[in-house]
Design a protein around this ligand. Structure first.
Ligand code: FE
Length: 194
């Protein structure tokens, strides 16, 4: 794959279709600047700040843009709130639509046919394969991303983190918890000193 990409790149550069500097900027952007740490900051802020949370639920595109996360595949964002009775999961059944500005590029499994087809049939079973089980009374809602709308799951804040700073909370937010295929990490209990 690496060789094929290099061959393709050198051909495109040679024929003058792409500027290698532009490619470097794109790669640098998606390797270091854009990724799930952006979404984690959005979630942590929503956990800490009720007014921001409401804004995020009312107009996710604007609330997310206020933190500087804008750009391709994030033009129309919708935030989905997980509650004790509702769990949201995001899929793109047609291809791999994904909210790049907040989550970066999609993981391989997100693009796979089994994930795309099975999530809509059996979201509870898929979540279980990711290692998470929710009580039977929790309702699952599956959202199909489109070329227009991209979703960000707002997971529930882990118990016992009420006094955490925004930075500490952001570290608990996993990529998968913002897709709905996981839950945020719970903080490690403090070690008792003997
Ligand atoms: Fe898609």
């Amino acid at each position: 794959m690496d060789l094929r990409v290099r061959a393709l790149e050198s051909l495109l550069v040679e024929k003058g279709y792409v500027d290698p500097h532009a490619l470097d900027i794109l790669i640098e952007t998606y390797e270091h600047k854009v990724g799930p740490h952006n979404g984690a900051r959005v979630v942590a802020k929503a956990w800490r700040d009720p007014a921001y949370r409401q804004w995020l639920l009312d107009d996710a595109t604007a609330a997310i843009a206020s933190l500087g996360y804008t750009g391709r595949q994030g033009e129309h964002m919708v935030a989905l709130e997980n509650t004790p009775t509702v769990h949201n999961m995001v899929v793109c059944t047609l291809c791999s639509c994904y909210p790049w500005p907040v989550l970066g590029l999609p993981p391989v499994w997100y693009k796979s046919a089994p994930y795309r087809s099975r999530t809509v049939i059996d979201p509870r079973g898929v979540l279980k394969e990711f290692g998470y089980e929710l009580p039977a009374e929790v309702e699952f809602r599956v959202w199909d991303s489109t070329a227009e709308v991209r979703y960000l799951v707002l997971p529930m804040q882990p118990p016992g983190t009420e006094a955490f700073s925004e930075e500490a909370l952001a570290e608990l937010v996993t990529r998968d918890s913002m897709i709905g295929t996981g839950l945020p990490n719970t903080p490690k209990p403090k070690q008792e000193t003997p």
